[in-house]
Ligand binder design. Structure first.
Ligand code: GAP
Length: 515
């Protein structure tokens, strides 16, 4: 675990050193849980967004896009339930003065019991060797059973407390199981209080009578309030979806783990409108499709898992998360929710406008049900960076840091490097770069030794380095070096476009999603 934390610290430092992520307004010492994306970060982020966007609107004829404003009429948030119910239970430690989410403290406690169980099983597996039956051991070993019983007891109290919104019981669980503040090490806790996560501001001058408005905490409501506009103008037939990418804002209590939990972040959401009664079938379909989208990136299938929600949000009748194995454990990257007709019905009620769909096949009108897929751009970015960051010990005794990013998402697709800064090599390199730059993000670099230049490109995840040498001038060939294997190959210049094009095309990923 300590080793993983160490890797995470190195990753955060790497993100800054190589222009991926900077703390916001750093010259003023930064702003908690707000980050800026640098020259390489923004390219990676844009590629992630394109991969998601095209996987929605290119691969599905019945999914169209939208770009709604961040500011929305304040009644939107009353109707959506966010004014009344978008709260986190918070608790303070009186000694450290640190604030925590009570539910997160209890989830961490549950994870500790899971760890204890796994450690017992691992120890026994080592002791018994090949004949070891892990399932039987879990069912019979006294120590495992004790841990499991304790975990189940905490879990059932926790779920009940969440569902009953019983804040006193949340605190009681923390007290009963001796949860201590990680900073002060004490159990000196305040009561648990609810805290609304929406940021608000004023629109219009006070003299005119200004209006309190909110920065949207999710992009989804922009889709719901435009449902009719899109359905009518696009002549959309149910089932159909609306996809949107945009900023969302939450006044998170616990700001930690870098870009995992931010106060300003970006979501990629898709609301899929279906006939009532068919929502579970679509929920299952979208779960499968979304998992394929993640796995197609090739970061390792074992790094993903589903996690069903213990407590359903106020709008959902089924919900699951796609979790990714971050350096700090399995964490939610995407949520898939069956939101019933809660949002559309509520907007109907608050706006007084009918948002019904006339289904010609059934010859009846109804308020559509909704399956939502909601993924954070920043968390996806973090998962990809974490899985790609690699420290390698080379045979020659040197070491290198390499970002093994999926080639399709890499900020720079190829670097063009003249071996030396003379003899017409820079001119030849420029000529090659000019022929490729319309299709691929290229970088030209002539400074330092070729080895140093390779290392710089490894560190930002550039999948291909093209080196121009004296032979290139006579036979029009170059050396292409592959980032992950460091193997080199001599290829004719006219082959470069096809060779690189194939490797960085999103098409290969899309095929994996639809197959
Ligand atoms: N419209 C549904 C919705 O917003 P959510 O589970 O609250 O659901 C969806 O958020 C996704 O947005 C999460 O899976 C996560 O990737 C991202 N997300 C939520 N809060 C975030 C935060 N504070 N910082 C970064 N990403 C966040």
């Amino acid at each position: 675990m300590a080793q993983q934390e160490d890797v995470f610290k190195k990753l955060v430092a790497h993100c800054k050193e190589y222009g991926f992520v900077f703390p916001s307004s750093e010259i003023y010492d930064g702003l908690a849980a707000v980050y800026d994306y640098g020259q390489n970060g923004v390219e990676l982020k844009n590629n992630i967004k394109k991969y998601w966007w095209d996987s929605m609107v290119l691969l599905h004829e019945n999914v169209v896009g939208l770009d709604a404003a961040i500011f929305m009429h304040p009644t939107t948030w009353k109707a959506s339930g966010h004014v009344d119910a978008f709260n986190d239970p918070l608790i303070d430690n009186k000694d450290s003065k640190k604030r925590y989410r009570a539910d997160v403290l209890i989830e961490d406690l549950l994870a500790k019991y899971d760890d204890k169980i796994e450690k017992e099983v691992e120890k026994a597996a080592k002791r018994f060797g090949e004949s070891f039956d892990a399932t039987l051991y879990r069912q019979t070993n006294t120590r495992v059973l004790e841990h499991q019983a304790k975990r189940d007891e905490i879990h059932s109290r926790f779920v009940k407390a969440l569902n009953d919104s019983d804040l006193a019981e949340l605190k009681q669980i923390i007290v009963d199981y001796d949860v201590v503040c990680p900073i002060s090490g004490t159990k000196n806790w305040t009561d648990v209080r609810q805290f609304n996560l929406m940021f608000s501001t004023e629109m219009g001058s006070t003299a005119d009578g200004s209006m309190k408005i909110y920065l949207r905490p999710e992009t989804a409501q922009g889709i719901f309030v435009n449902y009719l506009n899109v359905q009518k103008t696009g002549r959309m037939k149910i089932p159909f979806g609306i996809a949107q990418i945009g900023k969302a804002f939450r006044n998170e209590i616990v700001a930690r783990q870098f870009i995992f939990r931010m106060r300003e972040f970006e979501q990629m959401e898709m609301q899929f409108f279906v006939r009532p009664g068919t929502e579970m079938e679509w929920f299952k379909k979208w779960k499968e499709t979304r998992l394929k989208w993640h796995k197609a990136l090739g970061l390792g299938d074992q790094k993903y898992r589903f996690h069903d929600h213990d407590k359903l949000a106020h709008y959902a009748n089924a919900a699951t998360d796609i979790e990714f194995e971050m350096p700090f454990g399995f964490k939610e990257v995407e949520g898939i929710h069956s939101r019933t007709n809660f949002d559309l019905s509520s907007h109907e009620k608050y706006s007084g406008k009918s948002i019904k769909y006339f289904d010609p096949e059934l010859n009846e009108s109804y308020t559509p049900y909704v399956i939502e897929t909601s993924i954070g751009v920043d968390r996806t970015f973090l998962s990809i960076m974490a899985a790609s960051y690699t420290e390698e010990q080379l045979e020659n005794g040197e070491s290198r840091v390499v970002l093994k990013l999926p080639a399709v998402l890499a900020p720079i697709k190829l670097a063009v490097l003249p071996l030396v800064k003379k003899d017409g090599l820079p001119e030849k390199a420029r000529e090659i770069m000019n022929s490729l730059k319309f299709d691929f993000k290229c970088q030209y670099d002539e400074k330092d030794s070729i080895g140093k230049r390779y290392r710089r490109q490894d560190a930002i995840g550039t999948p291909f380095c093209v080196t121009v040498d004296h032979d290139s001038l006579t036979d029009n060939t170059v050396t292409i070096r592959y980032r992950d294997t460091m193997q080199q190959e001599r290829v004719p210049v006219e082959k470069l476009h096809e060779l690189i094009g194939q490797k960085v095309s999103m098409k290969q990923l899309f095929k994996k999603i639809v197959e």
